[in-house]
Design a protein. Structure first.
Length: 262
């Protein structure tokens, strides 16, 4: 892909202040896109905006968005269109691990919080961007996970895994629904990636009671012997939203260094 691959295109990226979202924002900006950083505004989000604009002036703007808030997501998308002129790429990436606990110890509030962020947040992001994508076509990428799709040894992650399986079904439904508008929808399923998502994890004291020990060969990442890097996922996202992937939609692509094959 050339540095001008996404010239005149606008990308909305949720969870853009750190990790995979941040890496994708920088990768797309490097290839010419204007990037709208949707996240709760903090030092990391502002630093991402500043870093991008230092290298590519005027290519990034940060928006203070709680993706579980219907009205705030809608207004933020409208602000992006007013500032940059449209929406062509959507990377619905924001998510949390939530609470890890045995099912009988997991409260409805804890369950609901994970669903609110991971499922409702994805729904709202797509719902409010699709009207603009329909104007010229575009691409949506949703960050799911190998958990809930390929791997089920994440003990206590019933809420998280449910949302990740749900995101894949959601992406496939939308791939069909939106195909006639030339909008492609794909899901990516990372394995362990070196990000700060663990900061969103709450582990209950009762979790150890349900864990079944799993012994891997040496290491649980056969390809790299370590967690993947955010920039590697960003490269996949950049490919999926590019012209080179123009016939790919409804796909679920695993990026885990063969972790889920163990």
């Amino acid at each position: 892909m050339t540095t001008a691959q996404f010239h005149d295109q606008v990308a909305i990226i949720t969870g853009a202040g750190s990790g995979i979202g941040q890496a994708a924002a920088m990768r797309l900006a490097q290839s010419g896109a204007k990037v709208a950083l949707f996240d709760l505004i903090d030092k990391r989000t502002e630093a991402t905006k500043q870093t991008i604009n230092e290298r590519f002036p005027g290519h990034a703007e940060a928006y203070d968005v709680d993706i579980t808030n219907d009205l705030r997501v809608k207004r933020a998308v409208e602000e992006v269109v007013q500032q940059f002129g449209g929406v062509h790429i959507v990377f619905a990436n924001a998510g949390i691990n939530g609470t890890l606990a045995p099912i009988e110890e997991l409260s409805l509030e804890e369950w609901q919080k994970t669903l609110d962020v991971n499922l409702n947040g994805t729904f709202l992001t797509v719902k409010h961007t699709v009207p603009y994508l329909k104007k010229q076509g575009g691409s949506i990428v949703i960050t799911s996970s190998i958990n809930g799709n390929d791997r089920f040894a994440g003990f206590g992650m019933s809420a998280y895994s449910t949302t990740k399986a749900g995101q894949v079904a959601f992406s496939k439904m939308l791939a069909l629904e939106l195909a006639k508008y030339n909008i492609r929808v794909n899901a990516i399923c990372p394995g362990a990636i070196d990000t700060n998502i663990d900061a969103s994890t709450k582990i209950s004291e009762e979790l150890r009671e349900i864990v079944i020990p799993v012994e891997y060969p040496e290491g649980s990442q056969p390809l790299a012997h370590a967690a993947g890097k955010a920039h590697q996922v960003a490269d996949l996202v950049a490919f999926l939203v590019s012209k080179e992937a123009s016939h790919i939609t409804g796909a679920r692509i695993v990026i885990d260094g063969a972790e889920s094959l163990l």
